[in-house]
Design a protein around this ligand. Structure first.
Ligand code: C2E
Ligand code: MG
Ligand code: MG
Length: 721
């Protein structure tokens, strides 16, 4: 409170207002004093006139009494004078001062008077005299007879005082002055406000600018001078911004490539490592060094070298997704708002030139360490095309060292050193390649590289890949209503490779798109065969993230349906929760287009994606597939927790009118539990494993032929197999 009062009293508004009030009060006071002085003088003059005329009247009447020397009569006259208003004292003397009367019959008549000097003077000169002192006006009039003075009369009146005059003036002025004063102060307040308000908003903006908000515009309002001040401030800030940008550019941007330099990179990497440690995520640093750059410099000159460096940096930028690059312009914001940049830098990639032919790529957050290999390979591929140096084609390569943080180090120096060492390893192992700092990641990368190469061949050969089908059985009728298509890869040397071992590799290297289309085509061709053979069964196809993110997915599905002539109503697409939630707009678009044709949609592996249920339920899915891990928990009858989860999922799905499929049903007890709590379909080894299409058709015919009791027996056999 005290601080607030202090703040207000220190403000310009308060001070100017106080000044105005002070001046007004001083003016009013001066006016009041002058009025009072003038009025006092006026009252005094009046009193003197009154005193003289009264003394004159008394003198004239006393002159008659003096003839008879009736002292008691004179005393009586003086007594009446004495009691008059403003009269302090009265006295009369004869020429010889034989008597002295003062209007009080009790006092003696012969006392010598202290006022005799004035009376003597009046007697001698036969003229009236008067004297004004601070508190009295004394008038003496001679008593005349035949032009001779026979005595004198003196009356002393009260002299009006300043304070006596002041009060009536103050009282009369009070009621007129106060409203005028109040009005004046209010007017002054408004005027002062008009000046101080723009000044205050200017001061506030200047404060924010001083705190680093250089994008704030200065208010230009109020009186001319303040507007000029606002304009001047704006100009100053503009210049300041320009200068800061220049300073940043000099300090943080590499001149040749216009990329962030080592210093900026150091800050960003340090920030990214801290974030990764705090949020328990993984990031990668790629250390890129050009192979044979020295040779180019030596043979073509340094200018040619610079041209290659700048072309290379452009290619690097193209490799990394442009929208994820940390732009140089964003640096200011990052410097000031660490909190916001945290969010903004998630998944961001940054390029920098450390010097010479050394570049770094920072991947702030990656899903898996092996993702860094994909980016590295893209960089190496981007360098494989020749560079243009003044019309001459120049070939160079790139070696990339990869360090993963915080695994390979949790500070700038260590990570940079790890990536540098990995880069030397890449150079030693023949250049134009990438290496991880960690050996196990090198092996993993090699394995994935091999899979990628083999998968390309497999896609072309068309005899290594095959779709298997696994039925989904209706819990009530025990009839197979649909089948899930699951890819199998029969590798000529490595044997059967499971989808989980190559689908993610295919996703990372982009092969998933041709592979996905191939799967869709195979499944729809099979669907058509089922339809033609009168087998009433629909087919569910798994769609991967990379496919689903493509805006042309719905077109591809429509194309394939038309090509094969399969009935869209018999096609179901399975997506995981995270896929649907990552980009709900794209998801909704695909779902809306395809649902119009009759295609159905299922959420796969439900319960593993930690999705926002209310958001998820807004997407018009038809089926929830409960993840195998939950069905697995039903095996153990004591696992009450697992049973509650399954019951809850089923209850929720039913109340939202979704069909449900339980994945991985392996036992009759699981099936019984699921059936009891309203699960629509069950899929799992209890009924059948995924099978090649021909085998599936045989299984289907046999299953349909059986009556219920045989079916139950077959179910048990399935579980035992
Ligand atoms: P998913 O879509 O959840 O498929 C179900 C997986 O559970 C299949 O594994 C299936 O063989 C297995 N499974 C079915 N019943 C049982 C059971 O009773 N017990 C056990 N232990 N497992 C059972 P699979 O075929 O190895 O596929 C694994 C995953 O690979 C699939 O999970 C799916 O995400 C992906 N995938 C498979 N085929 C394709 C495909 O054609 N395209 C795409 N994009 N992904 C596929
Ligand atoms: Mg599936
Ligand atoms: Mg699944």
């Amino acid at each position: 409170m005290l601080a607030k009062i202090k703040h207000v009293s220190n403000g310009i508004h308060f001070r100017v207002l106080m000044l105005v009030v002070g001046v007004a009060v001083t003016l009013v006071a001066a006016q009041f004093v002058t009025d009072t002085v003038v009025e006092t003088q006026k009252v005094q003059d009046q009193r003197l006139v009154e005193a003289r005329s009264m003394t004159n009247v008394v003198a004239r009447s006393l002159e008659k009494q003096f003839d008879f020397f009736e002292l008691s009569d004179i005393e009586e006259i003086l007594k009446s004078v004495r009691t008059s208003e403003h009269v302090k004292q009265v006295s009369a003397v004869d020429r010889e001062f034989t008597f002295f009367l003062d209007g009080d019959p009790v006092t003696p008549t012969l006392l010598p008077s202290g006022d005799s000097a004035q009376q003597t003077k009046a007697i001698e000169t036969s003229k009236p005299t008067f004297e004004i002192t601070e508190d009295a006006i004394t008038v003496v009039e001679p008593l005349l007879r035949g032009g001779q003075s026979i005595g004198a009369v003196m009356i002393r009146f009260e002299n009006p005082k300043f304070s006596e005059v002041m009060w009536p003036i103050l009282k009369t002025n009070f009621f007129s002055l106060i409203p005028i004063l109040t009005l004046g102060i209010m007017l002054a307040g408004v005027l002062v406000n008009q000046i101080t308000k723009p000044l205050l908003s200017l001061a506030n903006s200047a404060k924010l600018v001083a705190q680093g908000d250089l994008d704030r515009s200065m208010p230009v309002e109020g009186p001319n001078e303040i507007r000029q001040l606002g304009h001047a401030f704006s100009g100053m800030i503009g210049k300041l911004k320009e200068n800061i940008e220049q300073i940043y550019e000099l300090a943080y941007v590499d001149r040749t490539t216009q990329l962030p330099n080592r210093e900026f990179f150091r800050k960003e990497l340090t920030r990214a490592i801290r974030r990764a440690v705090r949020q328990k995520v993984t990031g990668a640093l790629l250390f890129v060094d050009l192979d044979g750059f020295k040779r180019v410099n030596d043979t073509h000159g340094h200018d040619a070298g610079d041209m290659i460096l700048s072309q290379f940096s452009e290619r690097l930028a193209n490799v990394l997704r442009a929208e994820d690059l940390i732009a140089f312009k964003a640096m200011n914001a990052m410097e000031t708002e660490a909190g916001d940049s945290e969010k903004a830098n998630k998944n961001k990639q940054m390029l920098a030139r450390l010097g010479g032919d050394e570049f770094t790529v920072l991947l702030s957050e990656i899903r898996e360490a092996t993702d860094a290999a994909t980016v590295s390979q893209r960089i190496i591929d981007a360098v494989s095309l020749p560079f243009d140096v003044n019309g001459t084609k120049v070939n160079i390569g790139a070696s990339v060292g990869i360090a993963i943080f915080p695994k390979d180090g949790s500070d700038y120096q260590t990570i940079l050193k790890s990536a540098d060492m990995a880069m030397y390893q890449a150079k030693e192992e023949g250049k134009n390649t990438y290496r991880y700092f960690s050996e196990e990641l090198n092996q993993e990368a090699a394995r994935r590289m091999e899979i990628e190469q083999d998968l390309r061949v497999a896609l072309e050969n068309n005899n290594e890949l095959e779709l298997y089908y696994q039925p989904k059985i209706h819990c009530g009728t025990a009839l197979p209503k649909s089948a899930e298509a699951l890819i199998r890869w029969k590798h000529p040397e490595k044997g059967m490779i499971q989808p989980l071992d190559f689908i993610n590799v295919a996703e990372d290297c982009g092969l998933i798109l041709p592979l996905g289309r191939w799967i869709l085509l195979q499944a729809c061709q099979q669907l058509k065969k089922f339809e033609d053979a009168g087998i009433d069964i629909s087919i569910a196809v798994n769609i991967s993230t990379a496919q689903f993110e493509r805006p042309d997915l719905s077109n591809i599905v429509i194309e394939v349906l038309e090509e094969t002539g399969a009935n869209p109503a018999n096609l179901e697409l399975e997506l995981t929760e995270s896929m649907a939630m990552q980009n709900p707009d794209i998801a909704l678009n695909h779902i809306n287009i395809l649902k119009k044709l009759g295609v159905r949609f299922a959420i796969d592996d439900f319960g593993t994606g930690y999705s926002n249920l209310s958001q998820l339920s807004r997407l018009p899915f038809d089926v929830f597939k409960i993840d195998r891990s939950f069905v697995d928990k039903l095996t153990n009858r004591d696992d009450e927790h697992g049973r509650v989860i399954v019951k809850t999922i089923l209850g929720m799905a039913n109340s939202l009118n979704y069909e449900t499929v339980a994945e991985g049903v392996e036992t009759i007890s699981q099936l019984e539990f699921l059936t009891e709590y309203g699960c629509t379909y069950a899929q799992g080894y209890y009924f059948a494993r995924p099978m090649p299409s021909q085998e599936f058709t045989q299984w289907y015919t046999a299953w349909k032929k059986q009556d219920k009791s045989v079916m139950a027996a077959m179910m048990r056999q399935g579980a035992a197999a």
